[in-house]
Design a protein around this ligand. Structure first.
Ligand SMILES: [Zn+2]
Length: 435
């Protein structure tokens, strides 16, 4: 295995913006949780942040053997975190005309069939990780396909880039084409072997990944719960309450469960490090259950709008004490960019009559995402000891941005403009553990 090269002391000078905690929704006065240095230095040693502060204070304290890299007129933010995405769906992003259940039948299942071929899987995994990094995403919680080869290919590619990634093999034993089915026993055994091989190796973590309740029998969901008992620190990654037809179908399939979310709860699948994509059609008891169990919601606004699923109630879910991160949900999501995902989140929130502040959007894409994944001791901001994954943004990357930012009076306004008008074009560099 190649040891990643992270050694040495490096200082990065630019404007620097990150969050120390949840900044809430107000912009004025500037929330105390926001730390901004107009001329800042991020100091990194052996891949970890050692200090972050204003250049005037930091320059005189820089170690003699430190390499200084300067990024004039650029903005450094923490690497962004995508809490729900499907790498095998890279090549079917932007598929026309369907809502969830038909979209799965027509587009998704035939695409995922190809991942029994490890060469194909590796090729797509590389293209997917290129795309994540071009968009400034340094950590993601990722679906594979039902094939264990798909997860091997993904983790091999992620390990070679020293990325902090979470992924798992889909478990799916009914209501799908035969060529994508496992069984409760094979799904269990294959997942177990992948956990033993990959979980905790370098920066990689495993997620037990039943696709969603309709495609897993109660026996398979019980087997997923058994894996979580045997390996308490692995993740659980699935979908819940995305689309109304899906919710009605789950009610037919699991008549004994109080709600869709309750299907998972009854099988022991809600706990810290459970990541539940969508969470649109939840009731009061569901939201309390999410908060009490420590499970996290992944808010996927581009996907929710693109396949017509509904409007996630961000403020209400957060007010219940539920951890929330943001996901692109490619290929149902229509962009790999978390800036564009935040843009759509803003609009979803507008339709619910609320204002989503730019700092809250940055929080969801960085530290909030890290908290939802229980990774905030390692990533999400520039506190000392964190892994130094960061993004260098060029706020003048397009002619329109170059004009618009001249009229920005505050960092809040600049950040808002970057989210509304920016995408992969504003990402000048993506750095992994300082490299
Ligand atoms: Zn999804």
């Amino acid at each position: 295995m190649n040891q990643p090269k992270t050694s040495g002391k490096k200082a990065f000078r630019a404007a620097i913006l990150h969050l120390l905690d949840d900044p809430g929704y107000e912009l004025s006065p500037m929330p105390a949780e926001v730390e901004y240095f107009e001329d800042g230095i991020l100091l990194v040693e052996d891949g970890y942040v050692t200090a972050c502060g204003s250049a005037s204070e930091m320059l005189e304290k820089l170690p003699d053997d430190c390499e200084l890299q300067v990024f004039p007129d650029q903005l450094i933010i923490p690497g962004m975190i995508d809490t729900h995405i499907h790498y095998p769906q890279t090549d079917m992003i932007a598929a026309y005309g369907e809502q969830l259940l038909q979209w799965l039948e027509i587009y998704t299942f035939p695409t995922e069939k190809q991942f029994s071929d490890p060469i194909h899987a590796r090729e797509v995994a590389e293209a997917f990780l290129d795309e994540l990094m071009r968009n400034g995403t340094t950590t993601a919680c990722v679906f594979g396909t039902v094939h264990p080869e798909s997860v091997d290919a993904f983790f091999e590619a992620a390990e070679a880039r020293n990325l902090r990634m979470i992924a798992g093999k889909v478990m799916m034993d009914r209501n799908c084409p035969e060529y994508l089915q496992d069984t409760p026993e094979t799904g269990y055994q294959q997942s177990k072997a992948l956990i033993e091989k990959w979980h905790g190796r370098g920066r990689l973590s495993y997620a037990v990944t039943p696709r969603f309740a309709p495609t897993s029998s109660p026996e398979q969901l019980s087997k997923a719960g058994q894996l979580l008992e045997e390996y308490p620190d692995v993740y659980l990654h699935t979908h819940v309450a995305e689309n109304r037809d899906e919710v009605a179908w789950v009610r037919e399939l699991f008549p004994a469960s109080r709600s869709y979310l309750d299907v998972y709860h009854q099988h022991g699948l809600l706990k810290p490090r459970s990541v539940m994509a969508h969470c649109i059609h939840l009731d009061e008891a569901d939201k309390q259950c999410m908060a009490e169990t420590g499970a996290a919601a992944s808010f996927c606004p581009t996907s929710n709008l693109f396949i017509g699923s509904g409007l996630f109630d961000l403020m209400d879910v957060k007010a219940h004490g539920v951890r929330v991160g943001m996901g692109t949900d490619v290929g149902a999501g229509s962009s790999f960019s978390l800036l564009q995902t935040a843009n759509e989140a803003y609009k979803v929130t507008q339709l619910r009559g609320n204002k989503l502040s730019p700092f809250q959007m940055l929080y969801l894409a960085t530290l909030g995402g890290a908290k939802s994944l229980y990774l905030d001791d390692r990533i999400g901001n520039f506190a000392p000891g964190k892994e130094a994954d960061f993004v260098v943004l060029n706020p003048a990357a397009t002619p329109l941005l170059a004009r618009r930012i001249q009229h920005c009076q505050t960092i809040a306004e600049l950040l808002f403009v970057l989210i509304m008008l920016g995408d992969d074009r504003v990402v000048a560099q993506t750095r992994i553990m300082g490299l």
